[in-house]
Design a protein around this ligand. Sequence first.
Ligand code: NAD
Length: 305
Amino acid sequence: MSISFEGKVAIVTGAGNGLGRSHALELARRGAKVVVNDLGGGRDGSGGSLTAAETVVAEIEAAGGEAMANGANVTDYQQVQDMVKAAAERWGRVDILVNNAGILRDKSFAKAPMDDFNLVVNVHLMGSVNCTKAVWDIMREQQYGRIVMTTSSSGLYGNFGQSNYGAAKTGVVGFMNTLCLEGEKYGIKVNCLSPTAATRMTEDIIPDPKALELLTPESVTAGLIALVADDAPNRFILCAGAGAYAKARILETEGIYLPPEQQTAENVLANLDAISDERGQQEVVGGLNQTVKFIQKAAEGTGVK
Ligand code: NAD
């Protein structure tokens, strides 16, 4: 199976460095016209220049591809709208959005200033919301769209010193869960990528040079390409790093039913093992389906239909 993006238009945010650069190069190599967005700031989000994005555009053009550089700050909805407008005016459509831009402001929660918390949530979560909102109507009208949110093991599983980043990174998973339901009938598929790669973001977090050699951005990009292909899944959290690929998912156990006279905190605590029993656990698609399950359980427990 060979995946081609001939005739397709892609926007990759934060594509001046690291993973975004690798994603943009591979999308272009496979025929996509690419908006290389990057604010060009430091790892903590400070400063900015268009040079990083322009350098990647030059690389794409030198390889025979088509791309445009864009310096929009993903936290600024007006700048994001202007970026999408520029792409649509030049190439007529937007098929793929890769929400990749990101920063770090690591500190333990006790020491973390609120400004850092707000900024990190703003870049990762609201940046993804801004870009998605700006392309959503175009994709709906086209009856085609592929959107990827970049999540993180820090969000899915936690990481010391990354409460702001983790909250933002799990926020995009929640964002995806609802967009999948709303976008499906318009041919829009939304997935999450949870990468691990050697970039400036991780160079001092993963100091082992041998590990850094294995953690190539290109190995993660293979996963990204699968998530934006015509045959992409929907609502898939793909974890990718060093050539390993895994699926993360949120599962709900079958659970227990307690009749009204037993619905006490003491009984809930006493039954944590039974509540946690993994037999029959499932992925729930749509929050209302959990309510339906609970009502059914109660009906079975009480004999009321
Ligand atoms: P990176 O620092 O190399 O690249 C991030 C890019 O985003 C930078 O070029 C930066 O200028 C750009 N950017 C930051 N804020 C922006 C803004 N407001 N608007 C536009 N561009 C902005 O980091 P990376 O490792 O390539 O990270 C890419 C994505 O992957 C991030 O979302 C990151 O959180 C996520 N991630 C990376 C790893 C990893 O192991 N590298 C792990 C988990 C998640």
